[in-house]
Design a protein around this ligand. Structure first.
Ligand code: ZN
Ligand code: ZN
Ligand code: FE
Length: 743
């Protein structure tokens, strides 16, 4: 017999860790106790040394899937206390008591088996769940996290469920949403007018979908609109009714085999698709088909993540379009009444249920890079789990940007990024944003001592931050947009050193009041120098040019001494440019992409953000060549895109394929970015480069630029845990503010 002290650090609270340890301890016949500490858990055990060592080795192998184990330390001593049994000690001083709240988790294999087992008491029950799966974040009203403070409070447990819940050996031990057909929520189906139909609800929904109708389906974090995916007419009808002309739809496939029929799926992509978080993964389409689902080369695909979805597919539906039910920039709908009212005329039927969604949470969206997620949207399945960041101690609220709004709160070395919120220019979205900030503050018991926001005076998040800082009488730290992007990528990679930040996006407010976006910064959390940028582009009509991208094309062509007379409104726009009337200048990389897309005839007016860039990427063929890269000026040194544009226009005129020119255009930017970093290194000796900003959602560039930089000897860091677009900005603001208040 020997006594052992085991310390486990990481995210091990609120993830079913202690029941797991209890089970494992029993398997090894050990005795003692476990208790929570501020950094994890602590175990005191007695048993044979061999057993204790095997037990410790088993922990990372078999731990609950949400647990994040950072360190296990085992120490032995001879002094025995002769424990009689194994106890879970409750301590009152835990720093993170009830603090870590699980995201919603896709249905597990055990529950899936029961769902399909005719003899199981939950056979075909659409709300089956257990300790390892089911709704969490979206049903929690308040803390401490127990059933009474969730949507499940409306459903008292029956005797059978209660027995499972209290039995530590049971796989539903302390599963707060545990329920069954007898005691739990129920689904119902209404027609388009909201009349409940008497037939079996899920079967009715299936028949509707199979016959080409559009059905609103209540999911975990909100409503989806679903319809058949293999029928262009139905999909176009959905586009028409939802007034979503061109933006790609997401697709849900019955299983991974169905996904593989549609898209190429690498082993890494399969791992993320089938994992328990179930994001929408952007996969390369097998053929050019399904352009009515997605007009580019990628398709956003997810697998069923609730038991309801599984029942909906049965074994005869292969794939469904599943798009968030919201109307132009409003938040995703999540209440039955609201859906029935606002989706009237859009949905032919409604598959609803009486379990209330407390918190909206959209599906997450990512590519897979280097074996992990590369987020376009970090939301359901990930939120509200924290991101561990070094060097953060204060409680701070960072308010994010505007169009892809998110916020972030910190406590200790955890940062809690919010779910996808949407565009704050919409009133309802702004309301939800404010509510969610309050909700997070309460859930994680955070009282900010400092508020961070963007430098842009007109962002609704800035206005909110200014008001809050006055109300709470805490300091306000304004962080320049691209500096925040840079800090976000640094924090994402746990860097705390000076870096070169290649920050490419559409738009961000600069320290000089102009619009930035093709930036090369040098700095750290404390501050930055604007080392490089791109030649400014006057935008005729200002905001109008973001949609009517032919305006940007005219502006770019004009500066490059290329003809533009054939373009729409060219005379008017020309005189605007001559008079410099309503032509704000922008150094945004997104604007250069817009202009290039319009010049190449790929798109002249866009219907969603970034469409020009997305379609230009999709058009690119296999091509190594690039155009001339020239720079001028200093601090910032500027990339002169005029020679490149001149060469593009010449090649287009001489009949070179658009795919070749598109590729050469991006190759030129890759070359330019690399050259810029080399100049920055020459000046400073800094060898680390972070890549952030919405333009790095371009996979053509992401597949080549990091390589090109590595070939020049740079250490390259990309986002891994938060989005590279403006959604990720709040984390960067938070880290910059942390430094600012310590000073
Ligand atoms: Zn389960
Ligand atoms: Zn029950
Ligand atoms: Fe940005």
């Amino acid at each position: 017999m020997i006594r052992a002290h085991i310390e486990i650090q990481g995210i091990v609270q609120g993830v079913g860790f202690r029941p797991f340890i209890h089970k494992l301890v029993k398997e090894y016949g050990l005795r003692g106790y476990i208790k929570n500490t501020s950094s994890g858990v602590e175990l005191e055990l007695e048993g044979r040394e061999q057993e204790i060592r095997a037990f410790a080795a088993d922990i990372p192998e078999k731990a609950p899937k949400l647990a994040l184990i950072e360190k296990i330390e085992t120490g032995f001593s001879g002094e025995l206390e002769n424990f009689k049994d194994f106890k879970i000690l409750e301590s009152k001083t835990e720093q993170f008591r009830n603090t870590l709240i699980s995201p919603d988790i896709g249905i597990c294999d055990d529950c899936l088996r029961e769902l399909r087992d005719k003899k199981d008491r939950r056979y075909k029950y659409p709300f089956i769940n257990c300790t390892n799966c089911g709704p969490r974040f979206t049903i929690i009203k308040d803390i401490p996290y127990d059933r009474a403070k969730t949507s499940m409070s409306d459903f008292p447990m029956c005797k059978n469920c209660s027995m499972e819940y209290h039995d530590i050996e049971n796989r539903r031990y302390h599963a707060q949403p545990d329920c069954c057909g007898e005691c739990g929520p129920k689904v119902f189906f209404t027609d388009g007018e909201g009349n409940e139909l008497p037939e079996e609800p899920i079967e009715t929904a299936r028949q509707y979908l199979k016959s080409g109708k559009i059905v609103a389906i209540k999911g975990l974090g909100g409503m989806h609109l679903a319809c058949a995916c293999d029928d262009e007419k139905t999909a176009m009808e959905l586009r028409h009714r939802k007034q979503r002309d061109e933006k790609p739809f997401a697709v849900m496939c019955r299983d991974i085999e169905c996904v593989k029929k549609l898209c190429y799926v690498s082993a890494d992509e399969e791992k993320i698709l089938t994992g328990f978080r179930k994001p929408i993964v952007l996969l390369r389409k097998r053929e050019k088909g399904f352009s009515y689902v997605s007009e580019n080369n990628y398709m956003g695909v997810m697998l069923p993540y609730t038991p309801l979805h599984c029942l909906l597919f049965g074994d005869d539906i292969d794939m469904l379009i599943m798009t968030s039910a919201n109307l132009s920039d409003t938040p995703i709908m999540y209440k039955n009444d609201e859906a029935l009212e606002k989706l009237h005329g859009i949905a032919d039927g409604f598959l609803l249920n009486n379990r209330e969604i407390q918190t909206r949470c959209d599906d997450s969206l990512c590519w897979v890079r280097n074996g992990g997620e590369y987020f376009a949207r970090r939301s359901r399945g990930y939120v509200p789990f924290p991101v561990k960041v070094a060097e953060c101690r204060e409680q701070i609220l960072a308010c994010g940007a505007e169009q892809k709004a998110s916020f972030c709160l910190s406590k200790g070395d955890y940062a809690f990024p919010s779910q996808h919120i949407g565009d704050l220019k919409n009133m309802e979205t702004l309301e939800n944003y404010q509510q969610q900030i309050e909700h997070f503050k309460r859930l994680f018991d955070i009282e900010p001592v400092c508020i961070a926001c963007d430098l842009h005076p007109d962002y609704m998040s800035t206005v909110y931050a200014e008001e809050k800082s006055r109300e709470l009488q805490v300091p306000l730290v304004k962080v320049q947009h691209h500096h925040a992007h840079m800090c976000s990528c640094m924090a994402d990679n746990n860097l705390n050193e000076s870096v070169i930040g290649l920050i490419w996006d559409g738009t961000g407010y600069g320290t000089d009041g102009t619009v930035w976006g093709g930036e090369c910064l040098i700095g750290d959390y404390d501050g930055f120098d604007r080392f490089g940028s791109i030649r400014e582009i006057p935008l005729p009509g200002g905001d109008k040019a973001a949609k009517e991208i032919y305006r940007t094309a005219i502006s770019i062509l004009r500066q490059s001494s290329c003809p533009y007379n054939d373009y729409k409104n060219s005379a008017v726009i020309d005189s605007m440019l001559t008079a410099n009337f309503n032509c704000p200048k922008s150094s945004g990389m997104g604007r250069l992409f817009d202009g290039a897309a319009a010049i190449l005839g790929i798109k002249s007016e866009t219907s969603y953000e970034g469409q020009g860039a997305v379609l230009l990427e999709a058009a690119a063929g296999d091509e190594e060549g690039a155009y001339t890269v020239e720079f001028y000026g200093a601090e910032p040194v500027r990339f002169d895109w005029r020679p490149m544009i001149g060469q593009m226009v010449k090649e287009k005129e001489s009949g070179t394929e658009i795919g070749i020119i598109s590729a050469r255009f991006m190759n030129t930017l890759i070359k330019m970015g690399t050259e810029m970093c080399k100049m920055a290194r020459e000046k400073t000796g800094i060898n680390s480069v972070v890549l952030s900003g919405g333009s790095f959602q371009n996979m053509y560039i992401m597949n080549r630029l990091p390589e090109a930089l590595k070939n020049e000897g740079f250490q390259v860091y990309c986002h891994r845990r938060v989005s590279c677009n403006d959604e990720g900005i709040s984390l960067g603001q938070l880290m910059a503010a942390q430094k600012a208040i310590i000073k």
